[in-house]
Each structure stands twice: as structure tokens, then as C-alpha cells.
Design a protein around this ligand. Sequence first.
Ligand SMILES: [Zn+2]
Ligand SMILES: [Zn+2]
Ligand SMILES: [Zn+2]
Length: 257
Amino acid sequence: MVTNWETASDFLKSTPDPNATSYLDGWSCIISKLNPNDNDSDIIVGYTWKPDLITYHKDGTTTLRSQQDSIGYGSLRYSAITEALKRYAEVQIIYKDKQTFLVEKDPEVSPVKMQDCRSCSGFGAVDSFCYVGYCREGLFIFDKNKKLIDISCKKHSYSFKDNLHVISNELRNIHVITCIHGHTLNHRVKRGMQCSSCSGAKVKDYGSKPVMYLWNGAPITVRDGKIVKKTRLPSIIEKEVVDIVEHFSTIQERQNN
Ligand SMILES: [Zn+2]
Ligand SMILES: [Zn+2]
Ligand SMILES: [Zn+2]
């Protein structure tokens, strides 16, 4: 798999003409040397419309560059860029709140953030619906003149005696089974069901999310799927602030002792 200069270089050597542009792995990405006359040349991977989406450098770093318009949501090129960066730069693109973010390979996660479950507002349960059931086990009871006097269900201690005049012939040995809530009609049950989002725990971790880096498409350097963070020397003011803070903390320590 091509993921850096070395693997890209090996791939090009395996092609009939290492100095020509080739397709990568049958995928629609193209790969070529930036300067065919230089053995140590940067190697670019991308598409015909963006051939330098990914640039591999000999030092093992990789530069990603796009344009805001081509990474925006709704762009036809969005998924192509997402796929290429996942395959050949080992970074994920996430589109959120109309912005584009990069997620590193094996990303760090944000701290655990326990909050009331948003699905059940911290009750651990959500509303459910109770459907009443029907029983067909009513028995026809006749008097000695073979006149129907009752349809009774022993199982549910149910008797049709008073309603024989209203029930139709097909339905008369069917009766509604009173539900556990005492209802004979389907009804809503307030917080009748365990919340599937928090499994009834009432709280949920809304943290522990992969750390995302806002990306506007400007060149960014990665190495092995990790963004290379530029280390910046502290300015004089920052150094002075550190000195003051350290000075104060020494004073406090002394007072405490
Ligand atoms: Zn019954
Ligand atoms: Zn019920
Ligand atoms: Zn919940």
C-alpha cells in the first residue's frame, strides 16, 4: 500500500515507466514524480483535476493540499478526496457543521464527559406504547333451550353476559385482555421503556471523541497519518509570564511551609 515516499517510490519502480504518470491500485488516483529527472523528487498522488492532493517527501513527511471549494460538503469531489486521503495519507476527513476536519490515524480522544442522557433527558427511560391483546378462548354458554346466554372466558374471568346484544357473530368469542396498566385501549406509557441510548444508566459519555483538526484545504504536513505539529518557540512576553507565574508559585510554596 502506498502511504509515504518510500512505498510510493517502490510502486513507481514496479511500473513500466517510473517517470510517467500511473494509476494507483486500479483506483482512479494518479501517481507521478514531481520532477522526473530527480531520483529524490517529491511524489504526488491525486486526481487529474487535483494531481498534488498528496505530496510525499523523501524525509517521510507528506503534504496534503486541497481547496476549500473542493472539500466542502455537497462537492462531487468531496468523497473522492476523502477516499484518497484515507487510502494514501492515512487520515480521515470528517465533515461537520459545514466545516471540514482532519482526524489522525489512531486519533487521541477527548476527555470523558458524562452528562444526562440526551435521549431520555436523564430519566433512563423513554415513553413507550402499550398495545392491548385479544383472547379468542371465550366459550359459548347456552341454556336448556339452546339460547346463548353468555360467552365466558375462565382464563380472564371475562363474561359477555351484558353485551351479548352488541357483539357481532364473528367477533363474539373474542375479548380484549385488560393490560397490566388496567386499560382496554392501546395507550402511551410515560417512560415505560428502558432508554436504549444509555441502557437505563441515565448518564452518557458525550466525550471520548476523536480529536479533530479544522482544515481549510491549505497545505498541511502529516507523517504516518499524524499531523506534524509545528513547535513554536515562546515569545519574550510568554517567557516573562512564565517567570512571573513561577515566581508567585515559589512565594506561595514558602508561605505554605
Ligand atoms: Zn380470555
Ligand atoms: Zn397498558
Ligand atoms: Zn437515556
